[in-house]
Design a protein around this ligand. Structure first.
Ligand code: ADP
Ligand code: ZN
Ligand code: ZN
Length: 723
């Protein structure tokens, strides 16, 4: 029977479900993407099962007709169920989740061609500085005028003039041109015994087409990637799509090369900084099943795959899978739900799994696959601590003598060292020696971080930047500003001072901010053109440099200072991951961890290489605190540009709190980050037993309240950030 009326989930969170008439001759079903009239406007909507989307029934004769059906495949029921589950679990609107699915407006417009531009090799009639700069920046680029303008940092008009003069030439591009095909058998590796066993299980699971969650628990360098590639190959043979989620775009460069090596061509990429044409091409190929393997950031999880056969979450413990804005979801957890709805295997790969994931494996919910040793006989590195209270660095320095000596030995032997400090910039705080003035962000509760490379003071929370002044803005004194504490830039300076001959590479999101720069860095490190790498968490994972034999952790206590729920776990993961960069080749690796608390359980466990002891202690602590996985946390974050308005809203929420046995409610209190991007913030924290219907409690509670229009009330289920 054809549908004569349709209920829509409309892509606008402020609107509820809306009913329409399906005009004669139009064919729609659940999942169809349609355009409907709304007042004088038109809105985008998805046809939904009325019983899954309760609304008020409007009489047939009052219904307006749908305007149009968008020429894309209808969203499959599995995906519709995932949208419902995500909205429900994370207390978000269906529309905001659905928007992550329809992530490309261009893709909805159907097949088309687009005009892109590239340098023709010709010269302009008159060369100006601006033109010269623009042309240098556009070398090798091809994109629309607007995108090129953004790349070159000039106005559209400047580029239009270059088009008129023939310097930029138009190219007609088919928006849907097919991607090259990956080949399952392009370059098959010879797997080790352990790897073969694990790969066989994964391959079988892909062939079985059933829900099967795996924890791929393998030490750093054990060949987890190589192993799950066999499951990818199986999916390719079966003509099923694969999604590989990576925590960071910076990592994709190394991954792409490995993938191409194994399968003969690069996979389809998805991340937030894709050009609109790339985005539309990828989206359409994903929706029609032509994209075989998609590698992306967490947002790739919600795309409308036509025939998904496998999901891999690589480095699954990574915090960046948690989104902290908009729909506050955890891609690791949603990936498992998607696999369940779609009935397919999902692989969480990590050398340092999240406690929650280990717990699922221990209780038999996930199947645990173990790769206990490094590939090719490489040994795990030896790990020692340096007690900074005993072995002090020189005044004004941060590298202890023993670490400096170990680095000098490496330099002499032509091997590489890596220093890890998870702090961008030169110094985390600048203060006036005369009056004590500290430079703070005007929009956030945060100190400004000095960046010497860009000669700026910058806020890492909102992006505010200012010039470092010559005089103190408070007392007017000059030459009185001092940098307090180290960031990676300062450590790199120190290395240059103590090892004048060493070639130092600084690896942070400030220096490695494009795929090209990532590729350059990898090539230099592999080509042994770098002696010392100084980096933030960007260097902790993914890289494989055989000549790297020493890892120094500048300050292992840093992560513990915040004191949030996952501080110890995160410290463990970060240090274990960066330690895992050492000695991956034939030569043994050494790791030196600088700390003021060598006796702290997490540091002691790292030094002893005793992962089980750490997880056991951490599990006990969590059980005691009723923290995940034994209980659950949720945060309610209230913010407004007006402090009184935010406080008032938070108090009203606090005053109407439900009284429940299985949910403890703390707050409201000013958030640790009481001001963020110019918004005043208050928080409530909920701790619930597993028996509690946490989401329902929150929905009923907040749903009964109305707030001023400037107030935002966000709900964070299983929060990672406690600022
Ligand atoms: P992990 O992801 O577990 O840290 P990788 O997959 O990066 O480990 O593997 C470590 C290194 O060993 C990589 O350079 C990889 O190419 C190599 N390697 C692993 N397994 C094999 C294999 N079976 N054949 C050839 N090289 C392998
Ligand atoms: Zn001063
Ligand atoms: Zn700020």
């Amino acid at each position: 029977m054809t549908m004569r009326r349709a209920r829509l989930l409309v892509m606008n969170a402020a609107l509820g479900p809306l009913d329409y008439r399906v005009p004669d001759g139009m064919v729609v079903g659940p999942g169809s993407v349609v355009v409907a009239p709304l007042g004088p406007r038109q809105v985008l909507g998805i046809v939904w099962e009325p019983d899954k989307l309760p609304g008020t029934d409007v009489a047939d004769e009052r219904l307006r007709p749908l305007h149009d059906v968008v020429p894309v495949p209808p969203l499959r029921p599995e995906l519709r169920r995932l949208i419902e589950w995500t909205a429900d679990y994370y207390c978000a609107s269906l529309a905001s989740v659905a928007r992550m699915v329809i992530a490309s407006g261009g893709a909805l417009r159907g097949p088309s061609t687009i005009t892109e531009y590239r340098l023709s090799g010709g010269a302009p009639e008159r060369m100006t500085k601006q033109r010269e700069q623009a042309m240098a920046a556009l070398e090798g680029e091809q994109a629309t005028i607007r995108e090129l303008a953004a790349i070159a940092g000039v106005s559209d008009a400047v580029l239009r003039a270059l088009v008129n003069q023939g310097v930029l030439e138009p190219v007609q591009v088919d928006c849907d041109r097919p991607y090259p095909r990956a080949r399952a058998d392009f370059a098959e590796p010879v797997l080790s015994e352990d790897q073969r066993e694990v790969a066989a299980k994964l391959v079988d699971a892909v062939a079985a087409r059933k829900f099967a969650p795996f924890l791929l628990d393998g030490v750093t360098g054990s060949g987890k990637t190589e192993t799950y590639f066999e499951a990818v190959a199986e999916a390719l043979r079966a003509n099923r799509q694969v999604l590989v989620l990576l925590p960071e775009i910076a990592l994709t460069e190394a991954f792409l090369r490995r993938f191409e090596h194994r399968f003969g061509t690069a996979p389809v990429l998805w991340h937030s900084s894709l050009k609109s044409t790339e985005r539309r091409r990828a989206w359409r190929a994903i929706a029609n099943g032509e994209a075989q393997v998609v590698v992306g950031a967490r947002s790739a999880l919600f795309l409308p795959y036509a025939a998904l056969g496998l999901i891999v979450v690589d480095e699954a413990h990574e915090v960046s899978f948690k989104q902290d804005e908009g729909v506050r979801y955890n891609a690791r957890d949603v990936a498992v739900m998607r696999a369940r709805f779609e009935r397919l295997p999902v692989v969480l790969a990590s050398a340092t799994p999240a406690l929650e994931s280990l717990h699922m494996a221990d209780t038999g919910v996930y199947e645990r696959l173990v790769l206990p040793a490094r590939y090719g006989g490489a040994q795990m590195p030896s790990i020692e601590t340096i007690d900074l209270t005993q072995e002090k660095p020189e005044r004004g320095r941060w590298i202890a003598p023993r670490l400096a000596q170990a680095m000098a030995d490496r330099l002499e032997r032509g091997e590489q060292s890596l220093l890890f400090l998870n702090r961008r910039g030169y110094a985390p705080l600048t203060l006036c020696r005369e009056c004590g003035h500290r430079f703070q962000c005007p929009q956030c509760t945060a100190w400004l971080v000095e960046h010497r490379l860009s000669a700026r003071l910058a806020c890492h929370h909102c992006g505010h930047e200012e010039q470092r002044p010559a005089k103190c803005p408070e007392c007017g004194e000059s030459d009185c500003l001092v940098a307090c504490g180290p960031g990676v830039e300062r450590i790199a300076d120190e290395v240059a001072e103590i090892m004048p001959g060493a070639r130092v590479a600084l690896v942070t999101s400030d220096t490695i901010n494009s795929p090209e720069k990532a590729a350059d860095f990898i090539a230099m490190a592999e080509g042994r053109a770098i002696d010392v790498i100084v980096g933030t968490q960007l260097v902790t994972k993914g890289f494989h440099f055989p000549e790297l034999t020493l890892v120094g952790v500048i300050d292992a206590d840093l992560g513990l200072e915040g004191g949030d729920l996952r501080a110890a776990e995160r410290t463990y993961q970060q240090v274990a991951q960066v330690a895992g960069r050492a000695g991956r080749g034939a030569k043994p690796g050494e790791v030196l961890i600088q700390t003021r608390h060598p006796e702290a359980p997490v540091i002691a466990a790292l030094a002893a290489g005793d992962r089980d002891a750490f997880y056991a202690a951490e599990t006990d602590a969590r059980r005691h605190a009723g923290a995940p996985p034994f209980g659950r946390w949720a945060a309610i974050i209230v913010s407004s540009e007006d402090d009184a308005e935010a406080r008032d809203a938070a108090n009203r929420i606090g005053n109407t709190r439900p009284n429940l046995d299985d949910v403890t409610i703390l707050g409201p209190a000013p958030a640790p980050m009481a001001l963020l991007r110019g918004r005043y913030r208050y928080r409530l924290l909920l701790n619930a037993r597993r028996s509690a219907e946490l989401q329902k409690v929150i929905r009923d509670w907040l749903g009964a309240l109305n707030f001023a229009s400037g107030v935002r009330v966000g709900v964070d289920i299983d929060p990672y950030s406690f600022v």
